[in-house]
Design a protein around this ligand. Structure first.
Ligand SMILES: Nc1nc2c(c(=O)[nH]1)N[C@H]1C(S)=C(S)[C@@H](COP(=O)(O)OP(=O)(O)OC[C@H]3O[C@@H](n4cnc5c(=O)[nH]c(N)nc54)[C@H](O)[C@@H]3O)O[C@H]1N2
Ligand SMILES: Nc1nc2c(c(=O)[nH]1)N[C@H]1C(S)=C(S)[C@@H](COP(=O)(O)OP(=O)(O)OC[C@H]3O[C@@H](n4cnc5c(=O)[nH]c(N)nc54)[C@H](O)[C@@H]3O)O[C@H]1N2
Ligand SMILES: [Mo]
Length: 700
C-alpha cells in the first residue's frame, strides 16, 4: 500500500472548467477527483465529467506520440515521429507559406475557450497571421463584442448579491457550467430569488422552478426582447435617472419599439401577449434583477441584436452594474490575456487582411473568424488562398456547422496540423498530429473566472502519458523555431511568472494558493466615469454601428428558415429544429469514449412531442432520420411533452469511437450535416443559425 495524498488543483475536465478540486492519489495512481469545499466559486461541487477524467486520461485512444500521415489523407495510415521532426516539418512549412503567400495564408484555430488560447494568439500574431478561427461568433463573443462597442467588459450576473428577480434566457447552466458561471451558483439563486423567469423552448430543471416560463419559438429571441422592452417603455417602468443622466438615443429606441407591440410579438414568438407583459412588469418591478443569458441567444442570425437588447433591458431597469444585477467585475490582478497575446505585434497591414474583416466588424474587433470565411478561402480561394491550418482542441468534422463543407475543406487544404488528446475523425484528416496533455498533466494559471476578477493555480498531479506535451509548450517550441526566441521560454513556468508579475507573485508562490487571487467588485462605476463609448453615455442608438454601415438600433429578423416565410421548403420540412442543448454527460464532442459517461446516454437523442411523434408513427426509443435538403442524421426518439409539438431538439457532438477509425462513425448522427454556414448569417459577427432551422423526421 502506497501513501494516499491529495493535491489541490483546478478542474478543466470540461473546456470551460474552473472548479476547485482535490485529486486523491495512491502513490502515482490517481484514485478520484473530489470537490474542494473551500473553493469560492464551485463550493465543493464537481460533475460527472470531472469524475470521468481519470478513466479518460488512461484511455487507449489517447494520442501518445507525434505522428505523420503515411497514406492518403483520411486513410488512417500513420507513422510515429519525434517531436523534433514534427516541429521542424511544421516550422519549415510555415516559413515557406509566409515567404510565398504571406502569413495570412496560414489559419490558426481553436475550439471553445480553453486556458491556452492567449498563447495561440501570441504565436499567430508574432508569425503575422490575422486569421484565428474559433466557434466564438455564435458562442459568447456576440455578447462580449457588443459590450466592447458600448465601452465596457461583459456584465455578469452578481449571484453573490442575490438577484431578486432572475431571468434565465436561453441558458441551462445547471447542465453546462458555461463560460464564467458555475451550476451551483445558479442552483442557489433558483432557491433564493423571489422570482424566476425563464425563456426556453424546452422544459428543463430551470423551467421547472420558474414563476414564469416563456416557451418561445426557437430563433425569435430578439422579437421577444423587443416586445418586453416595448412594455417597459410604454408603461414607464424604466429607470428615469439612468435614461436622463447616463444614456443617449432613448427616443430613437422608443420609436423602434413602437413596431413591436405584444400582440404582434406573440404571433412571431408563440409566447402569449399576456405573458410578455407579465414578464416585462415582473422584471422591471424587482428591486434587483439580473439576466443570465446563454447560447440560446447567440446561436442565431440575430445574435448581436439579441445581446444588445438584453443589455438594454438590464440598463433600462436600473440593473446595470448594480448589486444583484449584471455587473462589470474588476479585472483580475494578473496580466490581461490580450496583452499576453501580443495583439499589438500584428502589423496593421496584416490586420487588414483578416478574412471576413470587412464584412463582420464585430469579429474583427475581437480578432476572431467565423469558420465559413476560412472554408471559402480554402475551397474557393476567395479573397485569397489559405494553404495551411493549425488547430488546437477542435473536432471540426463533428462540431462545425455545415459538416459537408468542413470535410471538403479539410480534404483540399495543402497542410493541416491538429493537436488533440485522442484520436478523433478530425485527427484522421491531418498531415501531422500532436499529442497534448490533459488538465491533470500540466501546470497553469487557470483564468476561467478572470471576468469575475479571479485567477487560480492549476497544478500538475501526474506525469503525462507517452510523449504528450502541454499545448503551451507546443506554442513555445514552434515559436522558437519560427524565429521568436525572445518571446518564448524553455520552461512553461517562466510564462506563468510573466502573467503573475503585475500581481507581485511568482509561480512558485502562486501554485500553493488554491484560494487564488480575487479582485472585489465595485458597483455603479459609470456614475463616476461614464461609459467607454464616445459621449461617455450608454448608447441605445449605437453610432459606431452606424459608421460601420449596420443598423444603429436593434431589430428582429426572421430566421432564414422561419415558418413565417411560407415557402415550399417550410411545407416539406415543417418541424423547427434546435440543436445542441447541453448534456451533463458530454462536453461538446468529448467523452464518447468513456464507459462512465456513455452508460446512461449511450445514443444520440432527439426530443419530439407525443403528437408530432404519433403523426409519424414514432414511439419513444425508435431510431429516426432527421432530414433537410442539406443532409440527414440518425437519432433515437425521446418522446416528451416538454417541447412544443412544432419543435424538435437534437443533441450535438456525436461520433462513435467504438466503431473504429478512420471514420469513427462521424457521418451517422452528425447534426451539423443539417446546419448551414451559407447565410444569411448575423450581419455583424457572422453567426450561423444552430437554433431555429427547419427539418422533417421519419421512422427508420
Ligand atoms: N456538460 C456540458 N457543459 C458545457 C458544454 C457541453 O457540451 N456539455 N458546452 C460548453 C459550451 S461550448 C457552451 S457555449 C456552453 C453553453 O451553455 P448554455 O448556454 O447553457 O447552452 P445550451 O444548453 O445549448 O442552451 C441553453 C438553453 O437554450 C435553449 N434553447 C434552444 N434554442 C433556443 C432558442 O432559440 N432561444 C432560447 N431562448 N433558448 C433556446 C435550450 O433548450 C437550452 O436549455 O456550455 C458549455 N458547457
Ligand atoms: N449543431 C451544433 N453545433 C455546435 C453547437 C451547438 O449547440 N449545436 N455548439 C457550438 C459551440 S457553442 C461550441 S463552443 C463548439 C465547440 O467546439 P469545439 O470546442 O471545437 O468542440 P469539440 O469538438 O468537442 O472539440 C474539442 C476537442 O478538443 C480535444 N481537447 C480537449 N482538451 C484539450 C486540450 O487541453 N488540448 C488539446 N489540444 N485538445 C483538447 C478533445 O479531445 C476534442 O477532440 O461547438 C459548436 N457546435
Ligand atoms: Mo460554446
Amino acid at each position: 500500500m502506497n501513501q494516499i495524498t491529495k493535491i489541490d488543483t483546478l478542474c478543466r475536465a470540461c473546456g470551460h472548467g474552473g472548479c476547485g478540486v482535490q485529486i486523491v492519489k495512491d502513490g502515482e495512481k490517481l484514485i478520484k477527483v473530489e470537490g474542494d469545499k473551500n473553493h469560492p466559486i464551485s463550493k465543493g461541487y464537481t460533475c460527472k465529467i470531472a469524475r470521468a477524467s481519470i478513466e479518460l486520461r488512461e484511455h487507449p485512444m489517447r494520442l501518445r506520440h507525434p505522428m505523420k500521415r503515411a497514406g492518403a489523407r483520411g486513410e488512417g495510415k500513420w507513422e510515429q515521429i519525434s517531436w523534433e521532426e514534427a516541429l521542424t516539418t511544421i516550422s519549415d512549412k510555415l516559413t515557406l507559406f509566409k515567404e510565398e503567400s504571406g502569413a495570412e495564408s496560414v489559419v490558426f484555430g481553436h475550439g471553445t475557450g480553453r486556458d491556452f488560447q492567449h498563447y495561440l494568439y501570441r504565436l499567430a500574431h508574432l508569425y503575422g497571421s490575422p486569421n484565428v478561427m474559433t466557434p466564438g461568433h455564435m458562442c459568447y463573443l456576440p455578447r462580449i463584442a457588443i459590450s466592447k462597442v458600448l465601452g465596457f467588459d461583459i456584465p455578469l450576473v452578481d449571484y453573490d448579491n442575490n438577484p431578486e428577480c432572475l431571468m434565465v434566457w436561453g441558458a441551462n447552466h445547471l447542465n453546462s457550467n458555461a463560460d464564467e458561471y458555475c451550476a451551483i451558483n445558479l442552483a442557489n439563486s433558483l432557491k433564493r430569488s423571489n422570482k424566476v423567469i425563464v425563456i426556453d423552448p424546452r422544459r428543463t430543471a430551470v423551467t421547472e422552478r420558474a414563476d414564469l416560463w416563456l416557451q418561445l419559438r426557437p430563433g425569435t429571441d430578439s422579437a421577444l426582447a423587443l416586445g418586453m422592452l416595448h412594455v417597459i417603455v410604454k408603461e414607464n417602468l424604466y429607470d428615469q435617472d439612468f435614461v436622463t443622466n447616463y444614456a443617449s438615443g432613448f427616443e430613437q429606441l422608443a420609436e423602434r419599439l413602437e413596431q413591436f407591440p405584444p400582440e404582434k410579438v406573440a404571433e412571431i414568438t408563440w409566447v402569449p401577449a399576456e405573458q410578455i407583459i407579465e414578464a416585462a412588469r415582473l422584471f422591471a418591478a424587482a428591486k434587483s434583477g439580473a439576466i443570465q443569458w446563454g447560447v440560446g441567444i447567440d446561436q442565431n442570425v440575430n445574435c448581436v441584436d439579441g445581446a444588445r437588447l438584453l443589455l438594454n433591458m438590464v440598463a433600462l431597469t436600473g440593473n446595470f452594474d448594480a448589486p444583484g444585477g449584471n455587473v462589470v467585475f474588476m479585472p483580475s490582478p494578473v496580466m490581461p490575456a490580450r496583452e499576453f497575446a501580443l495583439f499589438h505585434k500584428l502589423p496593421p497591414e496584416q490586420q487588414k487582411k483578416m478574412l471576413g474583416g470587412e464584412q463582420y466588424k464585430l469579429g474583427t474587433i475581437i480578432g476572431r473568424l467565423t469558420p465559413h470565411v476560412v472554408w471559402d478561402a480554402i475551397l474557393e480561394e476567395e479573397p485569397y488562398k489559405v494553404r495551411g491550418m493549425l488547430t488546437f482542441a477542435s473536432n471540426l468534422l463533428v462540431i462545425r456547422e455545415n459538416a459537408h463543407r468542413v470535410y471538403e475543406a479539410l480534404k483540399k487544404i495543402e497542410f493541416f496540423v491538429t493537436t488533440d488528446l485522442y484520436r478523433t475523425p478530425t485527427v484522421e484528416m491531418a498531415d501531422i498530429v500532436l499529442p497534448a496533455t490533459t488538465w491533470l498533466e500540466h501546470d497553469g494559471v487557470g483564468d476561467h473566472w478572470k471576468s469575475h476578477g479571479y485567477v487560480f493555480p492549476r497544478n500538475k498531479v501526474v506525469e503525462p502519458v507517452g510523449e504528450a506535451w502541454p499545448d503551451i509548450k507546443i506554442f513555445a517550441e514552434l515559436g522558437k523555431r519560427l524565429g521568436f526566441k525572445e518571446y518564448f521560454w524553455d520552461d512553461n513556468r517562466e510564462s506563468f511568472d510573466i502573467m503573475l508579475k503585475p500581481a507581485g507573485l511568482t509561480w512558485e508562490e502562486f501554485k500553493d494558493m488554491p484560494e487564488g487571487l480575487q479582485t472585489k467588485p465595485v458597483y455603479h462605476k459609470y456614475k463616476q466615469s461614464g461609459f467607454g463609448a464616445p459621449g461617455r453615455k450608454y448608447e441605445f442608438y449605437i453610432h459606431q454601428l452606424e459608421e460601420w454601415g449596420y443598423d444603429p438600433l436593434p431589430d428582429y429578423h426572421e430566421p432564414p428558415e422561419g415558418p413565417l416565410r411560407e415557402t415550399e421548403f417550410v411545407d416539406k420540412y415543417p418541424l423547427i429544429l434546435t440543436t445542441g442543448s447541453r448534456l451533463t454527460n458530454f462536453f461538446g464532442s468529448e467523452g464518447r469514449q468513456s464507459e462512465l459517461l456513455r452508460k446512461d446516454h449511450p445514443d444520440p437523442l432527439v426530443e419530439i412531442h407525443p403528437q408530432a411523434a404519433a403523426a409519424r408513427g414514432i414511439v419513444d426509443g425508435d431510431w429516426v432520420t432527421i432530414s433537410s435538403p442539406r443532409g440527414e442524421a440518425k437519432f433515437k426518439a425521446n418522446v416528451t411533452d416538454g417541447i412544443d409539438a412544432r419543435v424538435v431538439s437534437a443533441d450535438f457532438g456525436w461520433w462513435f469511437p467504438e466503431k473504429g477509425g478512420p471514420e469513427y462513425g462521424w457521418r451517422e448522427s452528425n447534426i451539423n450535416f443539417l446546419t448551414d454556414d451559407q447565410g444569411p448569417n448575423d450581419p455583424m459577427i457572422g453567426a450561423t443559425p444552430l437554433k431555429g432551422l427547419q427539418c422533417e423526421i421519419r421512422k427508420i
